[in-house]
Design a protein around this ligand. Structure first.
Ligand code: FES
Ligand code: FES
Length: 141
């Protein structure tokens, strides 16, 4: 019987080898930024997405997270998840999905919420910068 560890190994994997750490040029019109904080603990996550204006597909994603292991793992996982998605698809990503994949315990659910909030904020920022670029805007309004 294995002793119960406080972090699931998928969290540890993303935490010790986070994917897509960094920033994109937010002066670029095709880059959207989401900067969000968790009121519960003060942790902060910044997510940048680069969108192909022709297709509305997310072609690149970078993050920087100042927070706990679960927040870092959630952001790392979400960068892999939304790369290649359309904005429409990415806007439907739920924190419960992230928490399930990483087996986050209930007390760490708000860490995955940070990742959902960040991707939503980045999409909103991109759409504000590019009000006419997206065919999916038509369906969404
Ligand atoms: Fe801030 Fe998690 S409570 S690091
Ligand atoms: Fe606050 Fe993880 S984001 S404890």
């Amino acid at each position: 019987v294995v002793a119960k560890r406080s972090y699931h190994e998928k969290v540890l994997d993303h935490y010790s080898r986070p994917r897509n750490v960094g920033t994109l040029d937010k002066k670029d019109k095709s880059v959207g930024e989401g900067l969000v904080g968790a009121p519960a603990c003060g942790d902060v996550m910044r997510l940048h997405i680069k969108v192909d204006p022709e297709t509305g597909v997310i072609s690149d994603v970078k993050f920087k997270t100042f927070g706990c292991g679960s927040a870092i793992a959630s952001s790392s996982y979400v960068t892999e998840l939304v790369r290649g998605m359309t904005l429409e698809q990415a806007s439907k990503v739920k924190n419960t999905e992230i928490a399930k994949e990483l087996c986050l315990p209930p007390v760490k659910l708000h860490c995955s919420m940070l990742a959902e909030d960040a991707i939503k904020a980045a999409i909103k920022d991109y759409r504000t910068k590019n009000p006419h670029a997206m065919p999916t805007n038509l369906a969404g309004t």
